[in-house]
Design a protein around this ligand. Structure first.
Ligand SMILES: *[C@@H]1O[C@H](CO)[C@@H](O)[C@H](O)[C@H]1NC(C)=O
Ligand SMILES: *[C@@H]1O[C@H](CO)[C@@H](O)[C@H](O)[C@H]1NC(C)=O
Ligand SMILES: *[C@@H]1O[C@H](CO)[C@@H](O)[C@H](O)[C@H]1NC(C)=O
Ligand SMILES: *[C@@H]1O[C@H](CO)[C@@H](O)[C@H](O)[C@H]1NC(C)=O
Ligand SMILES: *[C@@H]1O[C@H](CO)[C@@H](O)[C@H](O)[C@H]1NC(C)=O
Ligand SMILES: *[C@@H]1O[C@H](CO)[C@@H](O)[C@H](O)[C@H]1NC(C)=O
Length: 544
């Protein structure tokens, strides 16, 4: 049973009961006691509560409840009375007072604690934008607003990224119905596109109730990294009108690189044919620029800008558009052997020219008497133009085409010695510019050896040839001799030899035949003689 806290204070007021309660245990000192039931109730906001005020006043006591809340008497007995307090939305400390006729008066205060689960959660990001881009590394503020969530001392506010708790705070006690809690997290790459939410938890488990929780609508956060330095723009300082040049622009350490935009403008116009590549945290744009020759010489601006998270980094470069044609290198007069020829080089204004081999005092002119040896000689004129600390160079070359009449010398040999029947080529080449035509005509003989074609040599080719080379400038003649070596066959000894052979052979055959015949006759005669002898022998035997 709770001891009324206010009793000593009331005692000081000196209002002590003079009469002792009848039949009381303590005749003298039994004090008047007041109890409130339930003691210190914890109720849900808006609910009603019934308080039972009771006393130990032995007689019919007058019992009242002092409160700011609307109340009504619910029930009563001799020394108790119940009051219903409706729609309790605030903490309150009502007190029960008792007027006891026999014991004077007393009272007891109780404390009604209202609890309320967190309702209406709200999250606000600062700086508040449609799409909140926050630079990585920067502190930003998240304000969490909660309505309800009482008692405050049991309320914890948590800032969550996804399911993960990143910070938590207790809510100050003396806040009104709606409380604000601010968090100051530092933006990180992990925060990008993460859902942030405010989470409230009212833990009334120690008070015999439960854990009440609520969350705000999640809010997506976008973080980005964009270095303060401008992008790196690679472009020439000089651009020749009418020529194409490739330029590039690059920015690194971008996050998230896929959300970054890169743009190139040339002379105030956005370039559309841009090749954008992305690798790791680098964004790169390349494009081809050109200044039309008609635009003339001028400075033109090339700009690259990279934007991310509502911020932009820009780099501009002024390009000087120039016109610098190749110098001209011309030769005066007809370039013919023996002529004096002047070569002159000219270039645009402010350009310096130099012909190779020209005298230092007159580098743009060279004068020479041309000969055959100068044919094909190459002269180069170099033109130099200084622009923005750079020296540009253009060359023009001229190959001398020296014209000279035909010349027949080593390439047209004067003597040829060939064996009859062999395959040979008659060669006769002439020098000359324009290239001369060469003809070799046999002087007296019927058949000539064709020029420049392999051919079987006959003795008819033997003889003298007139070779003529001719071009527009003149003619050269050379006499060429062809000697064909051959051997004639002598038939007389061959015929005699054959006749001798035939004669010897016939003689030998005749002699051989005669000898054979004689041998045959002889053997016949011998055989006849034998037979005769034998006959004689037979005859003699018969006789005998
Ligand atoms: C109020 O309290 C008294 C004393 O404890 C008790 O006798 C009485 O029944 C209670 N009244 C109600 C309505 O509970
Ligand atoms: C309860 O009290 C609040 C103010 O404290 C009031 O706005 C509300 O209308 C009341 N509700 C009832 C049902 O009386
Ligand atoms: C959380 O708050 C919303 C209003 O912000 C409310 O409608 C909802 O009922 C609350 N949830 C809980 C569990 O109290
Ligand atoms: C950001 O907040 C952290 C603590 O949360 C603090 O240490 C840091 O100095 C702050 N930085 C800036 C730029 O305000
Ligand atoms: C070449 O230059 C010389 C002077 O160096 C001049 O006398 C001559 O007339 C020039 N010849 C031609 C063909 O221009
Ligand atoms: C011009 O000629 C020089 C040498 O004569 C050479 O070094 C240079 O590269 C040439 N320049 C051009 C653009 O052709």
């Amino acid at each position: 049973m709770r001891v009324p806290r206010h009793l000593p204070a009331l005692a000081l007021l000196g209002i002590f009961p003079l009469l002792l309660p009848s039949g009381g245990a303590q005749e003298n000192g039994s004090e008047l006691q007041v109890w409130v039931h339930p003691p210190n109730p914890l109720i849900l906001s808006g609910d009603s509560v019934v308080l039972n005020c009771s006393t130990n006043c032995p007689t019919q006591a007058s019992i009242g409840l002092e409160t700011r809340l609307p109340k009504s008497v619910e029930d009563q007995g001799t020394n108790w009375k119940t009051f219903r307090l409706r729609n309790v939305t605030r903490d309150d400390s009502p007190f029960c007072f008792v007027n006891c006729p026999t014991k004077n008066q007393s009272n007891t205060r109780t404390h009604i604690m209202v609890y309320e689960p967190p309702r209406k959660m709200k999250l606000d990001l600062e700086p508040s934008q449609e799409q909140s881009w926050i630079p990585v590394g920067q502190n930003f503020s998240v304000s969490c607003q909660v309505t309800g969530g009482r008692p405050r001392e049991n309320l914890k506010m948590v800032l969550r990224r996804g399911d993960q708790e990143i910070s938590s705070q207790l809510v100050p006690k003396n806040t009104l119905d709606t409380a604000f809690v601010k968090f100051y997290p530092t933006a990180s790459r992990e925060d990008n596109e993460a859902n942030f939410s405010c989470h409230a938890s009212l833990d009334l488990r120690p008070k015999g109730l439960k854990l009440y929780q609520n969350s705000s609508v999640p809010r997506k956060l976008y973080t980005f990294a964009l270095a303060p330095e401008p992008p790196v723009l690679v472009a020439p300082k000089l651009l020749e009108a009418g020529t194409k040049e490739q330029v590039s622009c690059e920015m690194d350490k971008l996050f998230p690189v896929e959300k970054a935009h890169i743009r190139l403008t040339w002379g105030g116009q956005v370039l559309t044919q841009v090749d954008v590549t992305q690798h790791a945290d680098v964004l790169r744009a390349t494009a081809t620029i050109m200044a039309a020759a008609e635009e003339g010489e001028a400075d033109k601006e090339l700009t690259c800008s990279v934007s991310l998270g509502g911020e932009t980094r820009t780099k501009s470069e002024n390009l000087t558009v120039y016109i610098f044609p190749q110098p001209s290198l011309v030769a005066s007069g007809p370039i013919q052997e023996g002529n004096r020829v002047n070569l002159t080089c000219e270039a645009r204004s402010r350009a310096r020219v130099q012909i190779n081999g020209a005298p230092p005092d007159e580098p743009n002119r060279i004068s020479l008497i041309v000969g055959e040896k100068d044919n094909g000689r190459l002269f180069t004129c170099q033109a130099f133009l200084k622009l923005r600390e750079e020296t540009l160079q253009k060359n023009r070359s001229l190959e001398l085409n020296v014209q000279f009449p035909p010349k027949l010398d080593e390439e047209c040999p004067g003597n040829w010695n060939w064996q009859e029947g062999t395959e040979q080529t008659l060669r006769c080449a002439a020098r000359g510019n324009p290239a001369p035509t060469v003809q070799c005509v046999p002087e007296s003989q019927q058949n000539g050896m064709p020029l420049g074609l392999p051919h079987r040599v006959t003795r008819d080719h033997n003889g003298t040839y007139h070779c003529t080379a001719e071009n527009s400038l003149g003619k050269a003649v050379k006499v060429v001799t062809v000697n064909v070596e051959f051997q004639d066959v002598n038939w007389t000894p061959i015929v005699i030899s054959i006749l001798v052979f035939l004669f010897v052979a016939s003689v030998l055959i005749s002699l051989g035949y005669l000898y054979y015949r004689q041998q045959r006759i002889r053997s016949y005669e011998l055989r006849k003689a034998e037979e005769e002898r034998n006959m004689k022998l037979i005859n003699s035997e018969v006789k005998a």
